[in-house]
Design a protein around this ligand. Structure first.
Ligand code: PLP
Length: 454
């Protein structure tokens, strides 16, 4: 088998080099004769296996999504059964399918406040595009069509389509791509470690919220449709807002009649130790986007949760909402989501993340503060970050092109641990089924890689 593995590996890497354009990749370094990707062939629990039989501990749950872990037969079974019964039908033209509406009821039951209605898509990006369309449609129906601007934050990640990347605050995704589109505006994120200066975290949280108010006033409240934010910013570096931030942002949005949208694509379904990040921070958004953990990544699915007062206006006013996708409400994906949520509940994973694994991760990350490269650690539930710095006192980084994070990430990967680097921040988001001893392995593995990076 070893010979076979070597041959298959060589073949797959060669095919990857010759025919595959990977997302978010530098093709000059990846598409070389001795390059190509590591080929992942199997998963079980929190582990992946590559084509050479190496076991890898996945500290990122894929891309923050495989919350129930790999190889769950119940999820595969739910897709299989639904595909045999009815693999596809759409919800356009006065039809719907049972899993689609059963899931809508379940999501409405779980979601905070009066988020009672669901609009489906297949990815987080699509769901945020749908928010842009629906918010503008809503304001037309509410008699305020000039409310069309969106406010979001630097370092935000809301997806890769033209509208969702405009909502996002990642410069490299915008410059040279004709983005952001018109009508998308950005304010400073609640990133205390980098931007807080001499302020206490709570003072800084209020200041960052005030930046939202200032932007609303600058644009004119009568032109602003919505503010969107991730409860905890994930791909931007796991930026934990001070407690003062979200309640103040909510107060400001209500004051100026601006819709508050929570992007819960990462935070949703237990990641923070609460079912939704909005609950963790005590806010009741007008819309909420969900993806990733909704199916633990087993099939693509996303949802926009819409409040009863918004949906009520659309129902009352009528007129076609001219937006939707072939796969909106895909029955097999919805069946998997139902099975996934039911397992999340049966296995009590949200409480376990809150009371057991989350606190353990937090305690273990704290220990890293004695390392010369570690400036700050942050975590909430099973999402965490370790900030690498050149000088702890000055909180200084290397320079704009620093690759310390990437070097550390590569050391982790070479030792069969998957963590991600965002700039010079190492981020964690393991499957929620992770055991205490596996959290220890992740943190110990990171320390060893930090030693090699220093
Ligand atoms: N929103 C957030 C907060 C995300 O983290 C992501 C993906 O990482 C997205 C949206 C986009 O989701 P997708 O990649 O499924 O389009």
């Amino acid at each position: 088998t070893e010979e076979l593995n070597r041959n298959s590996t060589a073949r797959w890497r060669d095919l990857d080099v010759r025919h595959h354009l990977n997302p978010f990749s530098d093709y000059r370094t990846l598409k070389t004769r001795d390059g190509g990707s590591r080929i992942i062939v199997r998963g079980e629990g929190v582990h992946l296996y590559d084509s050479e039989g190496q076991q890898i501990l996945d500290g990122m749950a894929g891309l923050w999504c495989v919350n129930l872990g790999y190889g769950r037969e119940e999820l595969a079974r739910s897709a299989y059964d639904q595909m045999l019964e009815l693999p596809y039908y759409n919800s356009f033209f006065k039809t719907a399918t049972p899993p689609t509406v059963e899931l809508a009821e379940k999501l409405a039951e779980l979601a905070p406040g009066d988020l009672d209605y669901v609009f489906y898509g297949s990815s987080g990006s699509e769901s945020n595009d749908s928010v842009v369309r629906m918010a503008r449609f809503y304001w037309q129906k509410a008699g305020k069509p000039e409310k069309s601007n969106f406010i979001s934050r630097t370092y935000a990640y809301h997806g890769s389509t033209m509208a969702s990347a405009s909502l996002g605050g990642m410069k490299p995704m915008q410059q040279g791509y004709g983005l952001p589109l018109e009508g998308f505006h950005h304010v400073t994120p609640p990133y205390w470690y980098d931007f807080g200066g001499d302020l206490s975290p709570e003072e800084f949280g209020l200041q960052a919220a005030r930046a939202v108010e200032e932007k609303i006033l600058e644009l004119g409240p009568e032109t602003v449709a919505a503010f969107i934010g991730e409860p905890i910013m994930g791909a931007g570096g796991v930026l934990m807002p001070p407690e003062s931030y979200w309640p103040e942002v909510q107060r400001i949005c209500r004051k100026y009649d601006v819709l508050l949208v929570a992007d819960e694509v990462i935070c949703g379904f237990g990641r923070t130790g609460h079912m939704f990040g909005s609950e963790r921070f005590g806010i009741e958004p007008d819309m909420m986007t969900l993806a990733k953990g909704i199916t633990s990544g087993y099939l693509p699915l996303s949802a926009v949760m819409v409040s009863a007062h918004i949906a009520g206006k659309l129902i009352e006013q009528g007129g076609e909402f001219a937006h939707g996708y072939t796969y909106s409400g895909h029955p097999a994906a919805c069946a998997v989501a139902l099975a996934n949520i039911s397992l999340l509940e049966q296995e009590d994973l949200v409480r376990r993340t809150h009371e057991e694994t989350g606190p353990h991760l937090k305690a273990r990350l704290q220990e890293l503060l004695d390392h010369p490269l570690v400036g700050e650690v942050r975590s909430e539930g099973l999402i965490g970050a370790v900030e690498l710095v050149k000088d702890k006192q000055a909180r200084s980084r290397w320079d704009d092109k620093s690759t310390a994070g990437q070097i550390c990430r590569d050391h982790c990967f070479a030792s069969n641990i998957i963590l991600r680097a965002v700039r010079d921040t190492m981020v964690f988001s393991p499957p929620l089924i992770i055991e205490m001893s596996q959290i220890d392995q992740l943190v110990d593995g990171l320390r060893a890689s930090l030693d090699r990076t220093a």
